[in-house]
Design a protein around this ligand. Sequence first.
Ligand SMILES: Nc1ncnc2c1ncn2[C@@H]1O[C@H](COP(=O)(O)OP(=O)(O)OP(=O)(O)O)[C@@H](O)[C@H]1O
Ligand SMILES: [Mg+2]
Length: 375
Amino acid sequence: MTLTLWGVVLFTAFMVFLVLAIITEAYFKSMYQHSTEILSQRFGIPAEQLEKVVQEAGTRAEAVLEWRLTRGDEGEFFLILLAVTVLLPFLLAWWSSRRFARPLTQLSRAAHLLTRGDFSARVPMDKSLERRGDETALLLKDFNQMAASLERLEQERRYSLAAIAHELRTPVTVLRGRLEGVRDGVLAAGPVEFEKLLGHADLLGKLIEDLQVLSLAEAGALRLEQQHLVMQDLLKRVAGDFTAKAEEKHIGLQLDLPLEPVRVNGDPERLYQVLGNVLGNALRHTPPHGHIHIQLVEDRQKLILEMADSGPGFTPEALERAFERFYRSPDRGRQSGGSGLGMALSKSLIEAHGGQIELFNSSSGACVRITLQTQ
Ligand SMILES: Nc1ncnc2c1ncn2[C@@H]1O[C@H](COP(=O)(O)OP(=O)(O)OP(=O)(O)O)[C@@H](O)[C@H]1O
Ligand SMILES: [Mg+2]
């Protein structure tokens, strides 16, 4: 039993003792009155005068004894009082231990396990606790929910670290293999080979850079170089940089921009990165001779940017998981440059700007909608 509970037991015992003392006092008073009545009847003396007579004659004790004997249940009464004095505090202690102390001890045990890194620790909840709606039961339920969230986060962290290690190992292994080939004379040390080596080093560099930006953005520690921007200018710049790629696949790139400048406060390089990733994805998924439609509208201090392509659209799995780190469609291998960080990064960057990014399928294909606050 805990110290608090012992306190409760002692306090209850004291209170019971106090109450019993008052009852006993009243009991003796009534006994005294009865004895006075008996004696006054026996000697025919008025009760007021009897006091003196009794004191003088010293017969009070005898009279009391007589009255007691006539009652007969004296011993039984005291035995009951004793039993109540002893039993009541223990019953109370047992009840409060079941109701409060035991769940709190279990909570403390689970909290200790949690601090030691055992994220599977939970407070056992029996049916009566589940049904209870008092503060103790609510505390236990909240603790178990918190422990479950921590366990999920820990699993995600472990998975994420394993995925990062896996993603970094692959380009390093490829680089190493090719460098060994050059050293051993298996691969010709010409400009073509060096170009390939540089390509792999670039991929590795992009992966590390993306991971760094993503971690900073998710931790809310990414420093944005914010400035006043006109969204149309940024979109024209991105579209211009991707024109060659679009022409290669004979894809029509249509920009539908309002005449009035749409102004935002944002980091131009980070927003470029988002738009570049979304447009890059659209170009990759749109078949030759397809088209991509970029539409910008301003509505009640908000800009809505939609980039729709005429590709096959998001698969149900991609719709659900595209924002996860390292998620990419099975056909998008590392060789084609995809790490599956693009959408996760885009989401973090847009959210760092206070905006939202959504994915859906339109009648023609995939569509990405970005919403940002305008100035
Ligand atoms: N326009 C699109 N049409 C169909 N599926 C898409 C489209 N854009 C993205 N996806 C799906 O979402 C996945 C994740 O996209 P994301 O940009 O995160 O990764 P990635 O483009 O494969 O790699 P990275 O962007 O790192 O180079 C893609 O692999 C693809 O399955
Ligand atoms: Mg991408």
